[in-house]
Design a binder for this molecule. Structure first.
Ligand SMILES: O=C(O)CCC(=O)C(=O)O
Length: 274
């Protein structure tokens, strides 16, 4: 079956494609939805250019793929839009979202299926690229003995060290999500296996001793950082990146201080990893 309603231009053979020929501010036909979904499954992260979307239009686009997720820790960024996560950096920022390799909110019992980030302001002199990594390929490029060893292990994904104190709001007494997920998970749509630990949230492989777990996770995090697993997206104002959070990790580069970068993310609910 060919992709009929959109043009798909791959960024690399491994991960990432730009999608052309669709205006996301208009409702999608069922065929357009199917084609975009298929492009996402095949390329893991897809990018759109020159999309002038209102917040409601961005939410409508996200809702075609599932229920919208509300972040467990971030303060309400926009009145009346709790589903919007504001992504913002400027000369007052002390940190920015996504400086560490991660998949979004993997500490949730049911981590998000995907995220759709729309940037409206980008740094004037470049910078602020986002790098994405293919976790199927990360799994497949481990040696056979290593894959066998990881099979059946589970790991703790903790929001505490990531979110506590992060947003400058009072969070005493707040309990952040913490969940145990398989180290190797199966993608619910493609049925393929992939590596599901990330430097941002994963703190411990349950069945190993602490020393073993630390060494194993560090080896896996280094492996995930292999450039051949990646694509790197250069943003323009009104670009969108839509990543399948189940099989992609990402890392946002903050190389543009003190310039401003601004946008909105909607996040789509997912299901319990198995
Ligand atoms: O700013 C970006 O490019 C990505 C930010 C990030 O890591 C996220 O939204 O999870």
């Amino acid at each position: 079956m060919s992709i009929e309603t959109i043009e798909v231009r791959k960024l690399t053979p491994v991960i990432g494609a730009e999608i052309h020929g669709v205006d996301l501010s208009k409702g999608l036909s069922n065929q357009q939805f199917d084609d975009i979904h298929r492009a996402l499954m095949e390329n893991l992260v897809i990018f759109f250019r020159d999309q002038r979307l209102s917040i409601d239009q961005q939410k409508d686009f996200g809702r075609r793929f599932g229920k919208l997720h509300i972040h467990p820790a971030a303060p309400k960024g926009l009145e009346e839009h709790p589903e919007i996560l504001v992504i913002k950096a400027d000369d007052k920022s002390k940190r920015v979202a996504g400086e560490e390799w991660h998949s979004d909110v993997s500490c949730d019992r049911e981590p998000p299926m995907g995220s759709i980030l729309h940037l409206t302001t980008v740094p004037p002199d470049g910078g602020g690229d986002t790098v994405f990594a293919n976790m199927y390929r990360a799994y497949e490029t481990l040696s056979e003995p290593m894959r066998r060893m990881l099979e059946g292990l589970t790991a703790i994904h903790d929001g505490e060290h990531v979110f506590r104190g992060r947003y400058g709001i009072k969070d005493e007494g707040k309990v952040f999500p913490r969940s145990e997920h398989p180290v190797i998970r199966t993608h619910p749509v493609t049925g393929k296996q992939l590596l599901f630990v990330n430097r941002g949230f994963t703190t411990r492989i349950v069945q190993l001793t602490r020393h073993e777990s630390t060494a194993m996770l560090e080896m896996l995090y280094r492996h995930i950082e292999t450039p051949e697993l990646h694509c790197r997206f250069k943003w323009q104002a009104n670009s969108i990146a839509f990543w399948d959070n189940r099989c992609v990790q990402h890392h946002a580069l903050w190389d543009y201080y003190p310039a401003r970068r601004y946008g909105h993310r909607v996040t789509i609910c997912g299901d319990k990893p198995y």
